[in-house]
Write a protein that binds this ligand. Structure first.
Ligand SMILES: NC(=O)c1ccc[n+]([C@@H]2O[C@H](COP(=O)([O-])OP(=O)(O)OC[C@H]3O[C@@H](n4cnc5c(N)ncnc54)[C@H](O)[C@@H]3O)[C@@H](O)[C@H]2O)c1
Length: 335
C-alpha cells in the first residue's frame, strides 16, 4: 500500500531514494532548506545541483516548509549531513503532531557523545511520536541509484516487523533491500567505512596502487569489527552489505566523496581545501574524530583510524604516516 513519505534533505542521496519510492508508487515529498533546489524540483523536475541530466518523476514534490512537509507524513526519511541531524530532529519534534516511522539513510557518529543516529533520534523525538526507527545502509552511490542501476542495501529496525515493511516499500527490479537484526552493527559499519575511505583516497593520491587498497579494506574491516564488538554489534553484520559491501564500494569508487577528499589530501591539498572543493558532504572527517575518541575511551586498537586522525587533525605527513603504519611491531594477522 502506498505510503506518505517525507524525505528530509534533497541532496544527492535523498533525491535518489525519493525517486525509488516514487517508482514504487508512494507519495513522496522532499524537504530542504535550499530554495533553489526546491524550485528546480517543482518547476523543472530536476535537481541540477547534483544530477545535471536527470529528469525526476513528475509526482515528486519539494518544499522548504517543514510544517507542510510533515503534514500527513507516515514516514520520515532522514538524508541530511549527520552534523545537522540533532538540530533537524529537535525542529521536527516541535512540529510533529502524530506518530511516524523514522528511516535514517545518513551515515555518521556524533563526536563528543559518540552517539549513533538511532540514539540521537531516541533522545530528540518524543517516544509517543516514534513508531519505529530503521537504519538503511549499504553499497549505494546516489549517482548510480538515480540512474536506476542495480543496487542492494540492508536495513535494521527497532521493531522487527518494520524491517519487512521497509523491504516491501523499497524493493523493485533495480533496488533490493535485505534485513538484518543488528541495528548497532548496521550503523557502525555504515559510519566508520567513511574513515577507511579517506585513507583509501589518501594512498591513491600519493600514487600507491591496488595492493595497499586491498590491505586497507581488509585491515579496515578488522578495526570496524573490533569497535563493533566493543559496542555490542554482531560480527556477521560486518561481512554483509552494510559492512564489507559498503567498505568495498566506498574505497574503490570515484563517486565516494570521502575517497575524493582523501585523494586531494594525498595529492597535497590541506583538509580545508579538500573539503571546500567538494559540493557534497564528507562525513568521514567528523566520524574520524568520533571513532578516534571512541577507540581511545574504549582502549581499542585502531591504527588506521588513528593514522587518518593524525593526518587530518594534526597534519601528520601522509608518507610519514604510512611508514609508521608499515613498521609497527610484528604481529599475527588474527589475535
Ligand atoms: N550520496 C550518496 O551516495 C550517499 C549514499 C548513502 C548514504 N549517504 C549519506 O546520506 C547523507 C546525505 O548525503 P548526501 O550525499 O545526500 O549529501 P548532500 O551534500 O548531497 O545533500 C545534503 C542536503 O541536505 C540539505 N540540508 C543541509 N542541512 C539541512 C537542514 N538543516 N535541513 C534540511 N536540509 C538540509 C542540503 O541543502 C543538501 O541538499 C550523508 O550522511 C551521507 O553519508 C549518501
Amino acid at each position: 500500500m502506498a505510503k506518505n513519505v517525507t524525505v528530509v534533505g534533497a541532496g544527492s542521496w535523498g533525491t535518489a531514494l525519493a525517486q525509488v519510492l516514487c517508482d514504487n508508487q508512494n507519495n513522496v515529498k522532499l524537504y530542504d532548506l535550499n530554495q533553489e533546489i526546491v524550485d528546480d524540483i517543482n518547476q523543472n523536475h530536476r535537481n541540477s545541483r547534483f544530477f545535471a541530466d536527470v529528469q525526476l518523476p513528475v509526482g515528486l514534490v519539494a518544499t522548504t516548509n517543514l510544517t507542510e512537509a510533515l503534514k500527513d507524513a507516515q514516514i520520515i526519511l532522514l538524508s541530511v549531513p549527520t552534523k545537522v541531524i540533532r538540530d533537524v530532529l529537535k525542529t521536527i519534534n516541535e512540529q510533529l503532531d502524530h506518530a511516524v516511522m523514522i528511516i535514517n539513510a545518513s551515515k555518521g557518529i556524533e563526536p563528543g557523545t559518540h552517539k549513533r543516529v538511532s540514539e540521537i533520534v531516541a533522545e530528540e523525538i518524543d517516544q509517543t511520536y516514534l513508531e519505529a526507527f530503521v537504519a538503511l545502509s549499504g553499497p549505494s552511490h546516489a549517482e548510480e541509484v538515480i540512474e536506476r542501476a542495480l543496487t542492494t542495501v540492508t536495513c535494521a529496525a527497532t521493531v522487527a516487523d518494520k524491517a519487512n515493511e521497509i523491504q516491501k516499500m523499497f524493493n523493485n527490479e533495480y533496488f533490493r533491500v535485505y534485513r538484518v537484526d543488528d541495528l548497532i552493527g548496521v550503523e557502525i559499519g555504515g559510519s566508520i567505512k567513511n574513515v577507511i575511505a579517506l585513507a583509501a583516497g589518501i594512498i591513491a593520491g600519493l600514487g600507491y596502487g591496488d595492493n595497499p587498497k586491498a590491505a586497507l579494506i581488509t585491515r579496515g574491516l578488522v578495526e570496524i569489527k573490533r569497535l563493533g564488538a566493543a559496542v555490542g554489534a554482531k560480527e556477521e553484520t560486518f561481512s554483509g552489505l552494510s559492512g564489507l559491501g559498503d567498505l568495498i564500494v566506498t574505497c574503490t569508487s570515484v563517486h565516494s566523496r570521502n575517497w575524493q577528499a582523501g585523494y586531494k589530501i594525498g595529492s597535497g591539498s590541506n583538509l580545508q581545501e579538500a573539503i571546500d572543493s567538494m559540493t557534497m558532504v564528507v562525513e568521514g572527517v567528523r566520524t574520524c574524530q568520533a571513532t578516534y575518541e571512541m577507540a581511545q575511551a574504549l582502549q581499542i586498537e585502531m591504527p588506521i583510524v588513528e593514522t587518518v586522525y593524525e593526518v587530518i587533525f594534526n597534519k601528520l605527513d601522509p608518507r610519514v604516516a604510512i611508514a609508521q603504519l608499515m613498521t609497527r611491531e610484528m604481529k599475527p594477522e588474527f589475535y
